[in-house]
Write a protein that binds this ligand. Structure first.
Ligand code: SAM
Ligand code: SF4
Length: 498
């Protein structure tokens, strides 16, 4: 009789489809040329101020920078020039995304994993981790807490790589999430966009996953530096295959998923190298498929159970360098959404918005099953790592209002076909803003009426008023339609979008 270990072994062996790596290589090589990255950093390490200022003009035109140009920005140390970069990043963000912030919550559906990433609390060898995979009833309870009590409309669901979390489970769990609808103060709450952070899959599996309707599919390369990659991802694991992971998004595009997110886990290797490689990845996707990533993520390594953090001291990214990473990304790939998670402390998250960040999680809990239990403390045995910002969505939104940002719960994009090249072109032309602005106000109204504390709701009325006045002035042709949707939302109708 076959044992479970045998079955798991066979599952692992069938996972990587070598032909779905080979087909993308050019002359047997992938698109990350380490020598090119090192020499580009070296050649551009003393950029002239006039050159940097020309680049800032280019970013303001919402054009991608080249690798050389991004390297020049990385090299800027002069405080005055850095200040100009910050101001431009803010302008670029305003031009593409206005004053909108999108919020979401992470939902960990299981923490079984066959891989052994040295830095992760979920690694297979970590015998102290408490393992769990949520069943449909537990998923329902998690979503009731997220969509019924907190008011989230978007989730990022997170999976380890394991037969327990295979394609069928992913499809069923996402469907279970979409199926929950729960009564609120004035209407109902539900999750309308499920983004997915999962391991790399084959093209066939990705087609299956996308059939249930997903938002963004994210896979982070962690580090693009092969030697470091091999060191922290043991080669006898699935994740140990660098190229299989590197081409995750190529396969996603081929599978018809045109909304993808890439990222680096900063702190594994030299941040300058990984930042430039991340830009290269974005440019490669755009060159090959005509669409770059929808989002980039740039988490910093956090302490995790049985991850020896001393190993990573050498490449720890300081707060100053971290802010520069955000700045360079906003300027180099100006139309791309940028996500900062609750791994980061509240003060850095606050600052990051003016540097270019567009999306943030809130009320986050990353233990499997933690939302329904309303756990207050973080439990290292249950979590992948420890969070730096555990503030509630209401607290965060209150802070955004104080700073003049409007929180958007809009999930219209993928549901009315504004994804992939369509959305990227709209973002570049600054036209996506029209739909986003209208939908932001309508969905913010929903959230305020259904979930906000009295304090936050009162404060937010002035920003809503200001936004409505702007719509009237900027988009007179759609104002009547907008007003109708807004009024109906106030009366308790839900999920109206333009
Ligand atoms: N298991 C899948 C994978 O590795 O692709 C997806 C989920 S994984 C739980 C999501 C991301 O968490 C990883 O891609 C990695 O960047 C990040 N991560 C892992 N350990 C971390 C740590 N100690 N600190 C911060 N982020 C971490
Ligand atoms: Fe597994 Fe992902 Fe953690 Fe690696 S980072 S051990 S693949 S859950």
């Amino acid at each position: 009789m076959k044992t479970y270990a045998d079955k798991e072994h066979r599952w692992i062996n069938k996972r990587i489809k070598k032909d779905q790596i080979k087909k993308y290589l050019v002359d047997g090589k992938n698109f990350i040329d380490e020598q090119e990255i090192y020499s580009t950093l070296e050649k551009n390490k003393e950029p002239r101020p006039e050159y940097i200022r020309r680049l800032l003009q280019k970013s303001l035109r919402i054009e991608n920078l080249t690798l050389e140009e991004a390297a020049a920005l990385i090299a800027v140390e002069d405080p005055q020039l850095l200040d100009e970069m910050k101001k431009t990043a803010f302008e670029v963000k305003k031009k593409v995304y206005d004053n909108r912030i999108v919020t979401f919550a992470p939902l960990y559906l299981g923490n079984y994993c066959v891989n052994n990433c040295l830095y992760c609390g979920f690694k297979a060898e970590n015998t102290e981790a408490q393992r769990k995979v949520l069943n449909p009833e537990e998923i329902r309870k998690e979503v009731e807490a997220l969509a019924g009590k907190i008011g989230h409309k978007r989730l990022i669901v997170v999976y380890g790589e394991h037969p327990h979390n295979d394609v069928d489970y992913i499809k069923e769990s996402i469907q279970a999430i979409y199926d929950v609808k729960i009564k609120t103060r004035k209407g109902y709450g539900n999750i309308r966009r499920v983004n997915v952070n999962a391991p790399p899959f084959s093209i066939e599996d990705l087609k299956e996953i996308s059939s249930v309707g997903i938002g963004t599919y994210q896979v982070f390369q962690e580090t693009y530096h092969r030697e470091t990659y091999n060191k922290v991802h043991p080669v006898n694991t699935i994740k140990g295959n660098y190229d299989w992971r590197l081409y995750s998004m190529h396969r996603a595009f081929e599978a018809g998923i045109d909304d993808v997110g890439i990222g680096v886990l900063f702190g594994l290797y030299d941040w300058r190298f990984d930042l430039l490689a991340l830009v290269k990845h974005s440019l490669e996707l755009e060159a090959r498929f005509g669409i770059g990533p929808h989002t980039v993520s740039f988490p910093r390594l956090e302490p995790a159970l049985n991850a020896n953090m001393k190993e990573y001291e050498k490449y720890r990214v300081s707060d100053e360098d971290f802010k520069k990473i955000i700045l360079v990304l906003r300027l180099a790939i100006p139309h791309v959404g940028m996500i900062i998670t609750a791994r980061e402390p509240a003060d850095i998250r606050g600052e990051s918005i003016d540097l270019g960040v567009t999306q943030m999680d809130a009320s986050s809990k990353i233990g499997v099953g933690s939302y329904q239990k309303e756990e207050k403390e973080q439990v290292q045995e249950k979590q992948q790592f420890i969070l730096g910002d555990t503030r509630s969505l209401d607290e965060l939104i209150c802070e955004f209002v104080d700073k003049g940002h409007i929180t958007s719960f809009c999930t219209a994009g993928y549901r009315c076909g504004r994804t992939g090249k369509c959305i990227m072109d709209l973002l570049r032309k600054g036209e996506e803003g029209k739909f986003c602005k209208l939908n932001a106000i309508i969905t913010f109204r929903e959230w305020l009426d259904d979930f906000a504390s009295e304090k936050t709701r009162k404060k937010a009325e002035s920003i809503i008023k200001k936004e409505i006045a702007e719509v009237k002035e900027k988009y007179p042709k759609v104002f009547e339609l907008f007003q109708d949707y807004y009024e109906r939302t106030k009366q308790g109708e839900r999920d109206l979008y333009i």
